[in-house]
Design a protein around this ligand. Sequence first.
Ligand code: TA6
Length: 300
Amino acid sequence: MNFSSLNKKHRIPGKLEITSEHGGLPIAIITNKFAKVLVSIYGAHVLSYQPKGQEEVLWMSSQSTFEEGNPIRGGIPICFPWFGPHASDSQKPQHGFARLQMWKVTKTADLPGGETQLCLSLQQDQKLKTLWPYSFLAEMIITVGASLNVAFRCTNTSKEQLSYTGALHSYFTVSDIANIKIKGLRGSRYYNGIGATVPSAQEEDNLVIQKEENRRYIDTTSDCIIEDSGLSRKIRVGKKGSRVTVVWNPGAEMAKKIADMPDDGYKTMICVEAVNAYNDIVVVQPKENRTLATTVTVES
Ligand code: TA6
C-alpha cells in the first residue's frame, strides 16, 4: 500500500489523513469540529468514534489482530454478502467476505456544513467470484458530522437479479453491561439465538443484559437507545434500509471462546446491529442499488 500517493490524492489538510497504524493497515484519520474517527481501509471498517469532548463510543477489542485475513473485532464491521454462516458452504467466511478485503479509497470531501466524508469501494474480482458469483459494486460512505453516518450501498452490475443478506454489525462501548438499558424494541418480535424458528415478543420497555444475548428482532425500523447510567450518556442508534435489528452480547462463557476478545470483554460492549436477513433479504435488479445505513448520535 502506497500511503504517500493515497494521501496525495485524498488527504484534506487538517481534516483527513491516511496513515499506517494497527499493524501496518492503512487507516484514515478524520478530525473535524464534530469528532475524531478512525477508519480502516481494510474492511471499510470504522474503528473509533469520539465526538468532541466525549468518551469513545465504539468498542474495540484489545486483542483484535489487525491482520489481513482476519476480521477486526470491534468498531463497525460490514457483513456482506451474507450475514452469519454461509447458508450452504461452511468453508466460506462467516458474515461474508467484505470485512476481509482491502477496499479502495474513491473520494474524500469537506462538506459545506463542516462534515467530512470518506468513500470506499469494493468490486467483484476473480477471487471474490469464487465466493459469490455476482458482479457488484459495493460502496461505503462514512460521514462525520454531529452524528456518525455509515452507509453501505450495493449496486447490481450484473445482468441478473442478485440477492444478499448483511449487516452493519456495530459494537458500542459501555461502562458496564450491568449499567445499561436498551430502549426502542418494545413490542418487537425476535428470534432468540441463531437456531430459533419461533419468535418471542418483547413485552418490556427496556432490554437489560444479564447473560449471553443474541436477539434477532424482525420487522423493526425503530431507533434504539443505549442508556448508560455509568457514563451518564445515551447512544442513539438509527438505521435505514433495514427491518431487522440484532442485539448481541456473548456473555461470560462465550467470551472465553472468542480468541480475539478478552475474557471480560463482554462486560464493556454491546452490539446493536442494522441487519438485512430473515424476512428482510435484499433483492437488487440489474443497474439498481440498495443502501443499508446506520447513524450513531450521543445524547446527554
Ligand atoms: O450478530 C451476532 C453474531 O452473528 C453472533 O452470532 C456472533 O457470532 C457475532 O455475530 C460475531 O461474529 P464474528 O464472526 O465476528 O465472531
